[in-house]
Design a protein around this ligand. Sequence first.
Ligand code: CDP
Ligand code: CDP
Length: 219
Amino acid sequence: MQIAIDGPAGAGKSTIAKIIAKELGILYLDTGAMYRAITYGIWKNKIDFSDQKAIADFTKENTIDFKGTDVYLSGEKVTEEIRLPIVSRHTSDVACIGEVRRLLVGQQQSIAGCHSVIMDGRDIGSVVLPKADYKFYLDASIDERARRRAIEQQARGIDQDFDSIRESIAVRDYNDSHRDEGPLVCTEDAIVVDTTGKSIEEVCQVILDNIRGGKAHVL
Ligand code: CDP
Ligand code: CDP
């Protein structure tokens, strides 16, 4: 089984996908964490964010692994580091590089080739799993998405004010929607779920109703 979840930052994709994966007993793959891990490595190694060749080479030469809820970049645990504001700011610069996308999409597709999987990202329904059994596009107002992210950053002990989070999300959404390769799109066959004002449980229920063929309703 293949399930694709796409949508802008803070729409609730990873939270929902993790719960659905557990519920259905299938693998969850956080593709955003892969782009973030490469971005963290580029920053840590002081590679220029405008040097697309060096970034593509770095992507080729390093490995990304998931163990439980942890993310590793060439053996180094980077679970917390990939959520730093500096990483969030630069991930869309890295994610717009065609060669980087081809490499990571290839890895994502080979995982889907041998596991039932739910993946979240920006190009899952359009590029990574175009034949997915189910495609969902989660959305929410920008204020709600920024509020959610602000609460999260606070809990992580990262000091970032609401306005800068909102601005960073808006810039990232714009960049993600306007790049040439694998832009954020809502495919025609995706079920759109507006999560504004909705609890995590309510959103999960809509998704599970659709998957199980029950009486589905789009929020
Ligand atoms: O969790 P959040 O929505 O903030 O972002 P994420 O899913 O962790 O993804 C971080 C960034 O990676 C996005 O803003 C995109 O630039 C990039 N990304 C992508 O280009 N394609 C994907 N399939 C997933 C993420
Ligand atoms: O993966 P994405 O960037 O789309 O969003 P997320 O990281 O799953 O969700 C961002 C935050 O919003 C998390 O802290 C969730 O607990 C919260 N959330 C929520 O409050 N209500 C929802 N319906 C979905 C997510």
